[in-house]
Ligand binder design. Sequence first.
Ligand code: DQQ
Length: 479
Amino acid sequence: MTLRSQLTADPHRPRYHFLPPGNWMNDPNGLIQWKGAYHLFYQYNPAGPYHGRIHWGHAVSEDLVHWRDLPVALAPTPGGPDQDGCWSGCIVNNNGTPTALYTGVHPQVVCLATSDDEMLTWDKHADNPIIAAPPPGIATYETWHFRDPRVWRENGVWHLLMGAAGEEHEATVLLYRSADLLEWEYVHPLFSGNGSQREPVWTGTMWECPDFFALDGRHVLLVSAHDVVHNRMLYPVYFVGGHEAMRFRPEQQGILDYGGYFYAPQSLFDEYGRRLVWGWIMEGRTPTAVQEAGWAGVASLPRQLSLRDGGGLAIEPAPELRTLRVQGWRQEGAAIGPGRPNPLRGVTGTALEIDVTFEPAKATAFGLHVRRSPDGEECTTLLFEPGAGRFSVQRARSSLSPDVHREAIIAPYRPAPEEKVRLHVFLDGSVLELFINKRRAASTRIYPLRRDSVGLELFATGGTARAERVEVWEMGPIW
Ligand code: DQQ
């Protein structure tokens, strides 16, 4: 029996989100469409469900939703510049040769590897590391914060971005260029943050996993904001703007996912001209509980990015996910409120897609309960409070287990007076991904214990609400 099938009975394991057969995963890496197939590499520790000597795991998908495990792609080489780990990086197509540029540790350096067998095995370059240290005077906070190369080709030149922390605690993305992927010349920072900025969001003191691409006529810079002082991962931040001679000028900024569990996103430009992005969804329970489970970390669903009118980022689940729907339930027009029957009575599940469009409501609060036990002892609440301009996921009663996170997840959301609110939910074992009107995304984790915590309930308080349309689908497995 394979490790993957041994763990299948765990009710907290997702069924239609990618995750490794067992043990640990974090960042998605090296996303590339190669000869039509989507390849996902990821930060992987085969030794256990914790962040240790990191390898690159590998999986492939023909259709973006069903994945097949492939052998580990990169492992640390004893005595080599990646002996303590093959940390995050990317893969580019160099004239037909898949070429990985990744972070070797410690110290943090850039290593290169190539493959001549469709990316199954990799040869590390004899001259690794190809970038051995940050440029002088940069990225010197405490020790090393210089990682996660992201490479692309533009106007016949290779460009590379590194995430780094500046001396003054300002997060920065450093730009390099090269003719051959081996000799790199440092150019200047593509863009640096401001550690004292608090609005619209704090962008941290170090940026991990930078990504930079054109989207609908503008440029987008994605970074994962890190707090080097407290060694905390914060959240993924996006900037939309333009650049002059590779100096980026943001015009808009925001948080790519508000859940607090989605981090280190990386994107892929596919053959259909789409910008898709995956992130790492981390665990929300104690290290002991993770150790007992034997696995940690999940890849998010593929999300498609575009620009909204006004320049903000629109985020929606990739349409291919619809192929996983196996059984559906639908209702047009549902009255919701105190004293009214729950329109979703009898609709249950642990691997569901739920799509509800609420009409503008008189209620002061409305939303959806998921993973609810019949007596409400366990219940997770997805809550809109339009007056407060807030959407939240209330997890205080999500699980009877003492080992789980319970804080509420909060995203600012103030619908315009006549705006309908579409809540698009993907529930999958312990994983919850949410999209609101393509404008907000939030991913979080819940770990209900009761077998009968499978109910759904639409609710409204302080007045009534109405759902224009409610659809629920049972989702099939991706293995
Ligand atoms: N995870 C990797 C680093 C990256 C961080 C190490 C982000 O390369 O900066 O596993 O989660």
